[in-house]
Design a binder for this molecule. Structure first.
Ligand SMILES: NC(=O)c1ccc[n+]([C@@H]2O[C@H](COP(=O)([O-])OP(=O)(O)OC[C@H]3O[C@@H](n4cnc5c(N)ncnc54)[C@H](O)[C@@H]3O)[C@@H](O)[C@H]2O)c1
Length: 339
């Protein structure tokens, strides 16, 4: 059954699926992981966050009686085993980010590929496990031949894309070999509340908002005509909850995006408008980084839509408005703390 679109029906649907369940969220102190913990909070009997706090922050994990935190690396098999062995759902979101993957490719491999293998390995034999969701990435498409990209293609160009793809393939193999109820979701440029600028992988939306709020010019890598498929975090979290609940996604890989391409220049213009700044707000075009290899990105959302009925509820502009409101509140909170 597909999830009802919104409101109390949607709540009842998720309650039916997740109530009373024991959940592990790796990377739960990060942007996506902490948003997911908040979404599961009303339903789960127990949520255990496993995170080594590399980019994550302890204070973004909600304090609630059904949430606990263990500071541990996903590469530490014996330490994670007791948690993943009793989980009904595992959401594996921990990863080293794309920026780091260029400077420390060996660590990128250890965490993203070998760490994913550890989580899968330690989950073998857990008879109560209903779903293992792996946070993959649209980075695996690189400069792919067709847009919007469909799940049957990949074209890796940076170490991060290769190690995330490696995690995906391990998941498929462990599903087939050991019966792990696995689903991979390829997220595309997720943005929204909770994406803090202290994280080097925070993404362009947060960076633009931070610079606007400080009255600084916007830094744009290259000529700004590169496109991305920006996904609002609440929609991405709906996708996670829907995919984990659906039998149709078991053993499968699905994109999470909007299919829409937006240039970085257009993104800058929309954010300036939302922030009440003029169209000609200063922009500084700076040299591309080594990770900036992808010219165009948009991912097809047809597969996830067909299996679960999921589709984004927010336009780019709506998502950016909500993010800007959150950003201002955060910035005011920070000022209050400093005063
Ligand atoms: N945000 C996006 O736009 C996006 C897009 C595509 C894919 N993803 C994937 O989604 C997941 C979450 O991304 P995010 O944006 O929330 O990033 P994030 O950096 O905010 O969160 C990652 C979390 O993983 C933790 N972590 C890193 N190494 C670890 C280790 N060895 N053991 C335990 N915890 C560790 C970090 O401390 C952090 O809390 C990642 O797997 C990422 O590859 C994100």
């Amino acid at each position: 059954m597909n999830r009802p679109k919104r409101g109390s029906d949607q709540h009842r649907y998720y309650a039916r699926i997740y109530s009373g369940s024991r959940i592990v969220v790796t990377g739960g102190a990060g942007f996506l992981g902490s948003n997911l913990v908040r979404r599961l909070l009303p339903y789960a009997a127990e949520i255990v966050v496993l995170d080594d706090l590399f980019t994550g922050r302890r204070d973004v994990i909600p304090g609630a009686p059904n949430v606990s935190f263990k500071q541990v690396s996903v590469t530490d098999g014996p330490a994670i085993r007791p948690y993943v062995q009793r989980a009904d759902y595992i959401f594996h979101f921990a990863a080293r980010n794309i920026v780091l993957s260029m400077d420390q490719p060996a660590t990128d491999f250890e965490v993203n590929a070998a760490g994913t293998m550890q989580i899968l390995l330690q989950s073998i034999g857990n008879a109560s496990l209903r779903r293992f969701v792996y946070a993959s990435t649209s980075s695996i498409y690189g400069n792919c031949s067709r847009l919007p990209a469909t799940e049957d293609e990949y074209n890796v160009s940076v170490p991060y894309a290769a190690t995330k793809m490696c995690g995906e393939l391990l998941g498929v193999a462990y599903a087939r070999s050991f019966g792990i109820p696995y689903t991979a979701l390829r997220f595309s440029n997720v943005f929204g509340p909770g994406q803090v600028s202290t994280n080097p992988y925070c993404g362009v939306v947060t960076k633009f908002m931070e610079r606007l709020a400080r009255g600084e010019s916007l830094h744009i890598y290259g000529n700004g005509e590169q496109t991305r498929d920006f996904t609002f975090v609440d929609d991405a979290m709906d996708a996670v909850l829907d995919a984990a609940a659906s039998s149709a996604t078991r053993g499968d890989v699905c994109n999470v995006g909007t299919s829409a391409e937006t240039t970085v220049n257009d993104l800058a213009a929309i954010i300036c408008r939302i922030a009440g700044k003029p169209d000609h707000y200063p922009r500084q075009y700076v040299e591309k980084r080594r990770i900036d290899t992808v010219h165009r990105r948009a991912v097809s959302m047809s597969k996830l839509q067909a299996s679960t009925g999921w589709k984004p509820r927010h336009s780019l502009e709506q998502g950016l408005c909500k993010t800007w409101e959150w950003y201002l509140q955060e910035a005011n909170g920070r000022k209050g703390d400093e005063a």
